[in-house]
Design a protein around this ligand. Structure first.
Ligand code: CMC
Length: 428
């Protein structure tokens, strides 16, 4: 096959290079299209635009494949932990014993927030959404280590990355405790990453939280499954901000804001709200499905569909199995799980969903696990953000290590008024 694409525009014909990825994906490099023809490409929502070349995560949405650094998600879910996977995503390879120990030690060394950050927490109203707190506090974290913001050297990058991964968990638990009027719990260096988060969220000054290994494993798995997902809305935001050479904290803080929306990370909260609504209305799901198919209703089946997956989301299958295990271990009989399963079953035989290839995504069952773990609804998207941090950091690193990164700056097709004169206010 030729390695150039011939594009014919009227009488003119231009040759544009074809870029081929390691998994055989093909793209037309249109960087010179405008200078050669005066044309740009228009791709509303970027559904057909490759914004970068990246070596971190591979997705084949048609086949339902997801791999971090080449390793299938199913294998990582079975054999790895969130922290080992975070190392893989950021540094490119699985760590050996010594590398994992060093990484883990670095996370422990940087788990404490600066004491003055407590004053920032106090300034938020009790009902502030924890995603707003998380985004602000990540940026604030950067202010407490200004030297980390000035350099892009690799040793400092390691510290920046460790601080973010470790402290995002401390910020999350502090914001939860504050929203409940509970005293803040400091991290405990003896606990591993996910157990430490559960301790900070749920221990009281007089009683340590009881850590059920199945519960710890379930939350760790949720983090692992969310750790990266190539150029989604929040990761693209992180790369966009990073391309202006903003620092890692500012870039990831922007990522949190992008993640918050209900069509992205906020979907896990929206799913539980939807299931609750169906349950309370006495519907078995039939009425809601009918509404989701009717565009005028303004409703969508939350936790269903994906821009890239036109087949089963491989994360959804793993999370569904974990959901069953956790509820079993905790002896919880959750009616919302029954509704969720009924919805899934009904949509599999419904031409609307089949034709549009709409299947449950990662958010469909994760919320039910988190609810079983006692994590409140408004913290669901925060849990997604904790999990996604390694992916954002790896994408930031990739941008900073590129020799010739240009600032991200898309163009547009202007559709407003053509030139017109200024009318003085008395004459309008
Ligand atoms: N319920 C009902 N109809 C849907 C749904 C849904 N959840 N998702 C897509 N459709 C329909 C949509 O109305 C359209 O129909 P038509 O062709 O008749 O106009 C068709 O399917 C294609 O939808 P689209 O909006 O063009 O698809 P998209 O790629 O722009 O959107 C999505 C992807 C994930 C935003 C969307 O499927 C959605 O809103 N899902 C619900 C929210 C959700 O679960 N988001 C989490 C995504 S996974 C986690 C993450 O990566 O953040």
């Amino acid at each position: 096959m030729s390695n150039v694409a011939e594009i014919k525009l009227g009488e003119k014909s231009v040759s544009l290079p074809i870029v081929v990825g390691t998994e055989g994906e093909h793209a037309i490099d249109i960087a010179k299209l405008r200078s050669q023809t005066g044309y740009i490409t228009l791709d509303d929502g970027y559904g057909n635009t490759g914004s970068c070349e990246s070596a971190i995560t591979f997705i084949d949405g048609e086949k339902g494949i997801l791999r971090y650094r080449g390793i299938p998600i199913e294998e990582l879910a079975q054999k790895s932990t969130f922290i080992e996977t975070a190392y893989l995503i950021i540094y490119g390879n699985l760590p050996n014993h010594q590398q994992l120990r060093q990484f883990s030690d670095l996370l422990t060394r940087h788990e404490l927030l600066h004491e003055d950050m407590k004053f920032h927490f106090q300034g938020f109203p009790a009902k502030a959404h924890p995603m707003a707190i998380l985004s602000s506090m990540i940026n604030a974290c950067g202010c407490f280590s200004p030297t980390l913001l000035e350099t892009e050297s690799i040793p400092d990058f390691d510290i920046q990355a460790a601080r973010l991964i470790s402290q995002v968990r401390t910020i999350a638990s502090f914001s939860y405790r504050k929203s409940r009027g509970l005293p803040m719990n400091y991290p405990k260096p003896t606990y591993k990453y996910t157990a430490n988060l559960l301790h900070m969220m749920f221990s009281s000054p007089y009683e340590e939280v009881e850590l059920n290994p199945e519960v710890v494993k379930a939350l760790d798995l949720i983090f692992l499954l969310h750790a990266d997902h190539e150029q989604n809305c929040s990761t693209s935001t992180v790369r966009m901000v990073a391309s202006s050479r903003a620092n890692l904290f500012a870039s990831c803080s922007a990522g949190v804001c992008a993640l918050w929306g209900p069509l992205h990370g906020g979907a896990n909260q929206a799913v539980l709200e939807m299931l609750g609504e169906i349950h309370q209305s006495g519907d078995d799901g039939t009425r809601f499905i009918a509404a989701a198919k009717d565009k005028s209703s303004g409703k969508r089946l939350m936790g269903f569909g994906h821009r890239v997956y036109k087949n089963h989301d491989p994360r959804a299958k793993i999370i569904k199995a974990q959901c069953d295990r956790v509820l079993d271990t905790l002896h919880i009989n959750d009616p919302l799980l029954d509704i969720a399963k009924r919805l899934e079953e009904a949509t599999l035989n419904d031409s609307y969903f089949v034709e549009r290839k709409l299947y449950p995504n990662v958010d469909f069952y994760s919320g039910i696990i988190m609810r079983a773990l006692g994590i409140p609804l408004e913290m669901f998207t925060v849990m997604f953000a904790i999990g996604r941090m390694p992916g954002w950091i790896a994408n930031y690193k990739e941008i900073m290590e590129e020799k010739e990164t240009r600032i991200y700056r898309p163009r547009q097709i202007y559709t407003g008024s053509t030139v017109r004169g200024y009318i003085p206010i008395e004459e309008r």
